[in-house]
Design a protein around this ligand. Structure first.
Ligand SMILES: NC(=O)c1ccc[n+]([C@@H]2O[C@H](COP(=O)([O-])OP(=O)(O)OC[C@H]3O[C@@H](n4cnc5c(N)ncnc54)[C@H](O)[C@@H]3O)[C@@H](O)[C@H]2O)c1
Ligand SMILES: O=P(O)(O)OC[C@H](O)CO
Length: 332
């Protein structure tokens, strides 16, 4: 029997842990707060992040990372991007040496501009062939409700990718494999930034033409960055690119879109954080790290730059719109 440790009990960690358990994998999920671990273990519910969703009996909760990680074949990292390094530092002695390490986080580390798979390989001194990422149009609540969705599992080692695919394939969750880790990670991190832009546009009252233009030109700039880093454009045209971009940019369930919408309505950063239900909207930090990464590769990302200026330099959304439209014209 495959055993997975899911490290992090937020919305997506919990929803994905449920998928694994529904697929027949034994799951031990780690929560930071003992009372939440206890709720998951004894009430089969994560009342803070996914209230009303009954978790399978095969899914257990603990606040002890040693208990979660003991004998795990798969270690799923489900904490926010900017805390992943610190978490891994404290867990590194507990991670089984041959376990496959899978990142769910969608971000680029602020201080180092590293992708999450690079952070994992660096901190755990793991060969990159052991590190996988999962990314796609996977809004946690919908997946937890069992609504059909597809995703991509990318790993340089195809055999590990196939084992991971088997461990989470259910009647409602369809994982595809891929070896393009860079493309999946760049798609996942950057779509959060584009979703912030869509939310901002919606918040100031702009309509569907604007949103479609942002999504499409957003995809163009994300693809430019991905290709510069070595990704395949086909990955960004797939579930981890277009798929996730569309889901996140259009759904009211997206924390990033909701955050941007609150800013567009004239709210403060604090108002926007409340609109994201107090949960992590990764794009708020990633807009800065993605922009820096793009600059270091000489890649132009005007939408990402605009989102950074609104979130961190006090620019008004309508001024950012004018600035974007005032750029020199070019061919598509
Ligand atoms: N929610 C979704 O629909 C969804 C879907 C796909 C991917 N993701 C990605 O998955 C990652 C996790 O997202 P989430 O939705 O579970 O986030 P979340 O905000 O719901 O939960 C994050 C979890 O990490 C914990 N946490 C926060 N700071 C921590 C720290 N310093 N140390 C340890 N734990 C800490 C929180 O207590 C919480 O349990 C993000 O990168 C997100 O972009 C989310
Ligand atoms: O709620 P968000 O904005 O973090 O987006 C959720 C997922 O990443 C969608 O795939």
């Amino acid at each position: 029997m495959t055993k997975a440790a899911v490290m992090g009990s937020g919305s997506w960690g919990t929803a994905y842990a449920k998928v694994l358990a529904d697929a027949g994998t034994d799951v031990m999920m780690w929560a930071r707060r003992p009372e939440l671990a206890e709720c998951i273990e004894s009430r089969n519910e994560n009342k803070d992040y996914l209230p009303g969703i009954i978790l399978p009996e095969r899914l257990h909760g603990t606040a002890d990372p040693a208990v979660a990680l003991a004998d795990a074949d798969i270690v799923v990292l489900a904490v926010p991007s900017q805390t992943l390094r610190g978490n891994l530092e404290s867990w590194k002695e507990l991670v089984p040496p041959d376990a496959t390490l899978m990142s769910l986080a969608k971000g680029v580390e602020s201080e180092t501009l590293l992708r999450m798979s690079q952070v994992i390989a660096q901190v755990l001194k793991a060969d990159p062939s052991r590190v996988a990422v999962l990314s796609g149009p996977n809004l946690a609540r919908e997946v937890a409700e069992g609504q059909p969705a597809a995703t991509v599992i990318a790993c340089p080692d195809s055999a590990r990718a196939i084992a991971l695919q088997k461990a989470c394939h259910t009647g409602y969750f369809r994982p595809y494999t891929n070896t393009d880790v860079i493309g999946c990670e760049i798609g996942g991190a950057c779509k959060n930034v584009i979703a912030l832009a869509c939310g901002m546009a919606s918040g100031v009252g702009l309509g569907e033409n604007t949103l479609a233009s942002i999504i499409t030109r957003g995809l163009a700039e994300v693809t430019r960055l991905g290709v510069a880093l070595g990704a395949s454009p086909a990955t960004l045209a797939g579930l981890a690119g277009v798929g996730d971009l569309v889901a996140t940019c259009t759904s009211p369930l997206s924390r990033n879109r909701s955050f941007g919408e609150a800013l567009g309505r004239g709210g403060s950063m604090e108002d926007a954080q409340r609109a994201a239900h107090g949960q992590v909207a990764e794009g708020v930090k990633s807009c800065t790290s993605v922009r820096a990464l793009a600059n270091s590769y000489g890649v132009d990302m005007p939408l990402t730059n605009a989102v950074h200026q609104v979130c961190h330099e006090g620019q008004a959304v309508l001024d950012a719109v004018q600035q974007l439209l005032g750029r020199s014209t070019k061919s598509e």
